[in-house]
Design a binder for this molecule. Structure first.
Ligand code: PEP
Ligand code: MN
Length: 331
């Protein structure tokens, strides 16, 4: 349930509502909005008795929230969320572009790619220091050394950094170095990691698992938000189907579906979806056309020798073409 406050309700009145919700045995989470503040009731299994809430000062009405994901739901927060980090906005109406190699390999490689993608107009640099690999024998990332290299990229280029935390052993470190903490597809339902991400001081980029429904993705986002971190960005990166022409099947319908159900921004990662660089530009344009709030794209200066995901990494000139295509679509 949502307790909607009057436009002129005071902070003290909001806090009185939170206390009354706690007396009823639930949690009340204030959700400030552009028009009005609402307090979302969480922790209830069935309907909540609202008579003791409706009589409190400053309360306008109560609204039943039908979805199991309360804080993530657009019912609770009708305006789309815009995430602001420094000068960069995500979810504001034009696509935010995050680009870089799959993995941080060495300083020279990373700086060369970062300078290039920045010159083309990317706002965020991506690159994994901790890599979740299918095989234990594949390159697992440089770890903290990789994070230090990403820190240099930020200092030398001004790009923001998105990089993945793969488990509890590295999320503290990643939180120190990243501007956005990525939780990858394989960890979308690692609930203890999601709860930890909910206490992070940085926004979270949560990728859809290749075997998850939209509702499951949104419930995972709810784990993060229920711990207090409201800065969540969702990412469609392809799901597993019977189609074997691509690494995964890019589910573009996820974008309008998520936007209907949730106020959170949605990115598309065409690289992990396609698995082949030839498809990344058309899929990127399609993602932008369908309303994605941004792209997460793999770019490598020498993809043939990349330590991971070279097949799907764009050559720098292709990334320039991608940016030009996106610009034309959004001009
Ligand atoms: C990545 O973005 O580097 C990655 C590993 O992606 P995913 O979790 O979607 O496989
Ligand atoms: Mn990759």
């Amino acid at each position: 349930m949502l307790v909607v406050m009057k436009n002129d309700a005071t902070e003290a009145q909001v806090q009185a509502v939170v206390r009354e919700i706690e007396k009823l045995g639930y949690r009340g989470i204030p959700m400030p909005g552009a028009q009005r503040t609402a307090v979302c009731v969480v922790g209830n299994e069935g309907a909540v008795q609202d008579s003791s809430l409706l009589v409190l000062d400053g309360v306008k009405e109560t609204i039943k929230v039908t979805k199991p994901y309360k804080l993530v739901s657009r019912e609770t927060h009708p305006e789309s969320t815009i995430i602001t980090i420094g000068d960069v906005k995500i979810g504001w109406g034009k696509p935010t572009i995050m680009a870089g190699p799959c993995a941080v390999e060495d300083e020279k490689q990373v700086l060369a790619i970062a300078r290039f993608v920045k010159e083309c107009g990317a706002q965020v640099f991506r690159g994994g220091a901790f890599k979740p690999r299918t095989s234990p024998y594949s390159f697992q990332g440089l770890g903290e050394e990789g994070l230090k290299i990403l820190d240099k990229v930020r200092k030398k280029t001004g790009l923001l950094i998105v990089t993945e935390a793969t488990d509890h052993t590295n999320i503290d470190l990643v939180e120190q170095y990243a501007d956005i903490i990525q939780i990858g597809a394989r960890n979308m339902q690692s609930y203890s990691l999601l709860r930890r991400a909910g206490h992070a001081s940085k926004p979270i980029l949560l990728k859809r698992s290749f075997a998850a429904t939209i509702d499951e993705l949104l419930m995972s986002a709810e784990y993060i938000m229920s711990e207090g971190n409201t800065q969540v960005i969702l990412c469609e990166r392809g799901i597993r189907t019977f189609a074997d022409n691509t690494r995964n099947t890019l589910d573009l319908s996820a974008v309008p579906s998520i936007k209907e159900a949730s106020h959170l921004p949605v990115l598309v990662d065409p690289s992990h979806a396609a698995g082949r660089r030839e498809y990344v530009i058309p899929l990127s344009k399609a993602a932008v056309a369908v309303g994605a709030d941004g792209l997460l794209v793999e770019v490598h200066h020498d993809p043939l020798h990349a330590l991971s995901d070279g097949m799907q990494s764009l050559y720098p000139e292709q990334f320039r073409d991608l940016m030009e295509g996106v610009r034309r679509l959004t001009a």
